[in-house]
Structures are given as structure tokens and as C-alpha cells.
Design a protein around this ligand. Structure first.
Ligand SMILES: *Cc1c(COP(=O)(O)O)cnc(C)c1O
Length: 382
């Protein structure tokens, strides 16, 4: 493998910092590789769920993953530009995407419709495609009543030497709840889709349905490959398995003041201090990924103690009630981390915001500076 992508991104000088722990991602990848009965595709869409696509990709490949997956071709080309040459699939593209370049750069593409098949076949020589079936969530992939036709057309294109159908893919809509009947229906739909492809003369070597939850809970859905994203970065939507979170978000206290009881704080005076206290200002706001809706619930860790975020969260800043004891300017506030030192976790922030962990980790803004900690076996690559 060639050089690593930049390990640090500078941010805009607010002092807010996101640390990404690649050792956690390495650990999670090994755990998931052990659970998957087939190959493991590391899904690094949305900048590796906010953790840095190239860093997550390299770490996953060094720990058992054999494929990379992203949504758009632009994401795929960006990975290729960092020197990553592993098998790579892109599954969500407009029909006018640059499929010719995908062929040139050795990027496999998902084909969810006849229109996409036509675009891919006209793009040039023998694109490698994965036919994409909707396994029951009416989202991406071919609707069931279009599948047989798509398979027959793809087979004819294959016979003309225009494409090579190397895969069939689907996605599960309810895998977070393994007890949901929807999973059995989706497995049946996918089995039917494979049978239909086979009947059309296709022989796809890669058949993939499971993402993180089903990889951890349902081997019947594994087929030849699992596509996992959330699990790599420590999120288990099925809540069955302990994975390691990989992000720590911190910021320095940039201002401290002593206030009297009854002091209104922030926009709209939405909060009034119940007693005399110290307020600390943190340079992180909703533009940096702190959901505004968490006001009144969110906490941070300061000097080993949980302290509440008070008043409305602004675009750039938030106020923490430090209590009796002031802290020094520049002291570190931990917004979230793995939880080992008592700091809030991404899961807690997600609960305070009424959302899922994915939305928190993918929402950290570009102003936050980023540093990456590498496990020893990856250091030689930097
Ligand atoms: C995001 C995505 C995945 C990865 O799902 P996780 O639950 O994050 O592992 C797999 N397949 C498709 C089609 C996706 O969009």
C-alpha cells in the first residue's frame, strides 16, 4: 500500500478537536470479520461515517476486510486517488454519473434499473456490475416487478460483452430488530432474486444482503459477503454486541465567569441559573454537530465531573454550568468519547437528540480539527 491520506485536518482554529482512534476501528473490524461467514466489505460512505474514509478503509483492510463500499462514484474516485486499490463498489448514482471513469478506475457499480443498465453499458468496455434488488423497504434497488426484466437485460448485455454481472445485492430494512418478521420476508425476497438471476443465466460470484446488525445477529443473511459501516466505527444498531467507539470530541474552555442566581443564559434567556455558579464557554455549536435540540439534557465532562450544557446551543458556542468550582481557561471539556473516563458517549448524545448514533458521528462540522491515532501495525504506513 502507498502513502496514507493526511492524518490531521486543521479545522478553523477554535480549539475544538476530534480524535479518531484507529485501534478501535481495527478491533471492531476483527470482531466483525470473525462473525461474518463470508467476506467483509468495509462501507466508508459519508467520509467513513465521519471518521475519515481513507483511514477507516486502510484500517479495515489491514484487519480482515477485503472490499470497500461507498455510495457515490465521487467517493470511490477519492479513495482511488489515495492509492487504495482494493475491490470497491459504488451503489448510489444518478444515471448520468461517470460510469466510463468507473470502468477505467476499476470501480464496480450497482445497477438498480434498466436506465442505469443502459447508462453503464454505453459507458464503455465490460463494466463490473452488481444488480441491486429492493429486498422490501421500497428504497434503493429494483422494485420486484422489474427484477426479472433487469436480470434478462443484464444477461443479454453480458453476452454482448458490455458488462460482467459479478454481484447481486439487497439491503435489510428491519435488521436492527432481529425478531421483526420483516427480516424473514427480506431473506425470502433476496433468495427469490438470486434464483431469478440464475434462471436468467447470470452467475454472480458476490451475493450480499447483510449490513452491521444482520452480520452480528443473523448468519442466514450473510451469503458471500457482509457490507458493514456502523459496526466498524463502534455503532451496533442491534444493541447485541459491545463494540468500541472511535471518536472523542473535546474543546477548551474559552471563557469563564461567575454569575448570580437568576442570571439568564443565552438566546431567548431560555435558562436562568438557579443559584450562583460559574459558567464556562465552549467553542462548539450546532454548526459543529452539537444538536440544538439537546438543550436541557446534554452534559459534558469537565475535570472528571459531568456538567450540564445550559441555555440554547448557538451556532458556534455552548455554555456549561461549572458549578461552585471554576476551571482554568483552556481546560479541556470532553463532549463525548468512549465513556471510559465517565464522559458522555455518542449513544447518550443520540438519545438526548432523539436520533441514532450515525447522525451524531456524521454531523461533526468542518471547523473541528481532526487528529488520527494509529494502531502500531499501521504506523509504518504513515
Ligand atoms: C450504509 C449501508 C450499509 C452499511 O450499513 P451499516 O448498518 O452501517 O453497517 C450497507 N449497505 C447499504 C446499501 C448501505 O446504504
Amino acid at each position: 500500500m502507498t502513502g496514507l491520506a493526511a492524518a490531521a485536518r486543521p479545522g478553523t482554529g477554535s480549539g475544538a478537536r476530534l480524535d479518531v482512534d484507529l485501534a478501535a476501528i481495527a478491533h471492531n473490524t476483527r470482531l466483525l470479520t470473525g462473525r461474518a461467514t463470508g467476506e467483509l466489505m468495509a462501507v466508508v460512505k459519508a467520509d467513513g461515517f465521519g471518521h475519515g474514509a481513507a483511514d477507516v478503509a486502510r484500517t479495515a483492510l489491514a484487519n480482515g476486510a477485503t472490499w470497500l463500499g461507498v455510495t457515490s462514484l465521487e467517493e470511490a474516485f477519492a479513495l482511488r486517488a489515495t492509492g487504495l486499490d482494493a475491490p470497491l463498489l459504488s451503489w448510489l448514482n444518478p444515471v448520468d454519473a461517470d460510469f466510463a471513469r468507473a470502468v477505467r478506475e476499476g470501480v464496480d457499480v450497482a445497477v438498480p434499473s434498466l436506465a442505469h443498465l443502459a447508462a453503464v453499458t454505453s459507458a464503455g468496455r465490460r463494466a463490473r456490475v452488481h444488480l441491486h434488488v429492493d429486498a422490501g423497504m421500497a428504497r434503493d434497488g429494483a422494485a420486484p416487478d422489474t427484477w426479472a426484466q433487469l436480470c434478462r437485460s443484464a444477461r443479454r448485455a453480458e453476452q454482448r460483452g458490455e458488462v460482467e454481472v459479478v454481484g447481486v445485492m439487497g439491503h435489510l430494512g428491519c435488521a436492527d430488530d432481529p425478531a421483526d418478521d420483516c427480516n424473514a420476508l427480506a431473506r425470502t425476497r433476496f433468495a427469490w432474486a438470486l434464483e431469478t438471476a440464475r434462471a436468467a443465466g447470470l452467475r454472480p460470484a458476490h451475493r450480499h444482503l447483510a449490513a452491521t446488525s444482520a452480520t452480528l445477529t443473523d448468519p442466514r443473511s450473510h451469503h458471500t459477503m457482509s457490507r458493514v459501516g456502523a459496526g466498524l466505527v463502534g455503532i451496533d444498531p442491534s444493541q447485541t454486541t459491545r463494540l468500541r467507539p472511535a471518536m472523542t470530541l473535546t474543546a477548551p474552555v474559552v471563557q469563564v465567569r461567575r454569575v448570580r442566581a437568576g442570571t439568564p443564559v443565552g438566546y431567548g434567556h431560555a435558562y436562568r441559573t438557579p443559584a450562583a455558579t460559574h459558567l464556562g464557554l465552549v467553542p462548539l455549536g450546532y454548526a459543529d454537530g452539537l444538536p440544538r435540540i439537546t438543550a436541557g439534557r446534554a452534559e459534558v465532562l469537565v475535570r472528571g465531573r459531568r456538567r450540564p450544557v445550559v441555555g440554547r446551543i448557538s451556532m458556534d458556542q455552548a455554555v456549561v454550568d461549572l458549578g461552585e468550582r471554576a476551571v482554568d481557561l483552556g481546560e479541556t471539556v470532553t463532549v463525548f468519547g468512549p465513556g471510559d473516563a465517565g464522559e458522555p458517549t455518542v449513544a447518550e448524545w443520540a438519545a438526548w437528540a432523539g436520533t441514532i448514533e450515525h447522525e451524531i458521528v456524521t454531523g461533526i462540522g468542518a471547523r473541528v480539527s481532526r487528529t488520527v491515532r494509529r494502531p502500531t501495525h499501521l504506523r509504518s504506513l504513515s
